[in-house]
Design a protein around this ligand. Structure first.
Ligand SMILES: Cc1cc2nc3c(=O)[nH]c(=O)nc-3n(C[C@H](O)[C@H](O)[C@H](O)COP(=O)(O)OP(=O)(O)OC[C@H]3O[C@@H](n4cnc5c(N)ncnc54)[C@H](O)[C@@H]3O)c2cc1C
Length: 273
């Protein structure tokens, strides 16, 4: 039996989505105290070789009591699940690095302590089965730009890594990362003129250090700005840059990667509302 999971939306074409592939964990290691690197392998991952910087994927994780997730099919009529089994947990993550020689894709999970994806990553081990779909997401900034102001919290560290990897060697990048404490700091490699500042938040003050860094920022004319963090904090930073500094919206991308008190925040929150 098949079960349609998503009814047709009113009007307009549906987004064409790439179907999930089954993959298996091949290794797990620590990037920092709370950031876990999970390498996965499986068929059909070569599409991630061309993933744009800061793109995302969907992970499909087994429901409680399952060894592998019940994966849906993406049909012209929407998302369809075979059978009546429990639905997987679906969350959004960044394809940090695809290694074509090894056929492995690296994901980095923040152990933030509360959600099923964080809990899954905490106990992940080789042989664990999951699904991944993607890559997806638009990247509207020109990677060849000379000057960058980049900010994010721990959940954005993988995406910041993909962005720094994509910048030309001559670019200047000022990077601000807000973390809980020094145990979360890592080496972020980038172009020669990359300067990374680590900010330690007050407990619960998500995004406050990034907002303060934005207010103190020297942003050269024409610089590109990329910000990803808690959705409410992101909106404050976006408003500040566009309304108080008059920075054109075409020069900035802001993303809500999660929202305090909400499960599974949408992957397309650019704060443009
Ligand atoms: C485009 C995109 C790319 C992303 N890439 C990554 C990535 O590479 N690595 C990564 O770790 N995360 C990434 N995220 C964020 C990740 O999708 C969310 O943190 C997600 O909510 C985690 O799912 P969960 O099941 O652990 O928690 P959920 O079930 O979604 O939420 C449970 C509770 O935890 C809180 N919560 C969720 N995330 C955080 C957090 N970061 N800090 C504190 N509290 C939190 C929620 O507010 C909620 O109260 C990305 C998000 C987007 C939109």
């Amino acid at each position: 039996m098949t079960t349609p999971a998503a009814p047709a939306g009113p009007g307009g074409p549906r987004r064409r989505r790439k179907p999930p592939r089954r993959v298996e964990v091949v290794s797990v290691s620590s990037v920092s105290a709370r950031l876990v690197s999970v390498l996965v392998a499986g068929d059909g991952l070569d599409g991630f070789a061309d993933a744009a910087p800061t793109s995302h994927l969907k992970v499909f994780l087994p429901a409680d009591g399952q060894d592998e997730p019940n994966l849906p099919e993406f049909t012209p009529d929407g998302v369809v699940f075979a059978g009546d089994g429990p639905r997987p947990t679906v969350r959004t993550y960044t394809p940090r690095r695809y290694d074509p020689a090894a056929g492995t894709l690296e994901l980095q999970f923040l152990l933030h302590g509360e959600g099923p994806a964080s809990a899954w990553a905490q106990r992940a081990k080789p042989g664990d089965k999951l699904g991944v779909a993607g890559p997806g997401g638009r990247f509207s900034l020109e990677p060849a730009a000379d000057n960058w102001w980049i900010a994010g919290d721990e959940s954005a560290i993988p995406a910041i890594g993909t962005l720094l990897d994509a910048l030309p060697a001559t670019a200047s990048a000022e990077v601000h990362v807000e973390v809980a404490d020094a145990d979360d700091e890592i080496t972020l490699a980038g172009p020669g003129k990359t300067h990374v500042t680590w900010h330690h938040r007050q407990p619960g003050g998500y995004g406050q250090q990034l907002a303060a860094a934005a207010r103190a920022a020297q942003v050269p004319d024409g610089a590109r700005i990329w910000v990803a963090c808690e959705a409410g904090a992101m909106r404050g930073i976006r408003r500040y840059f566009t309304r108080e500094r008059g920075i054109p919206v075409s020069q900035l991308v802001t993303r809500g990667y999660w929202r305090a008190g909400e499960q599974n925040h949408p992957d397309h929150d650019y704060g443009e509302d």
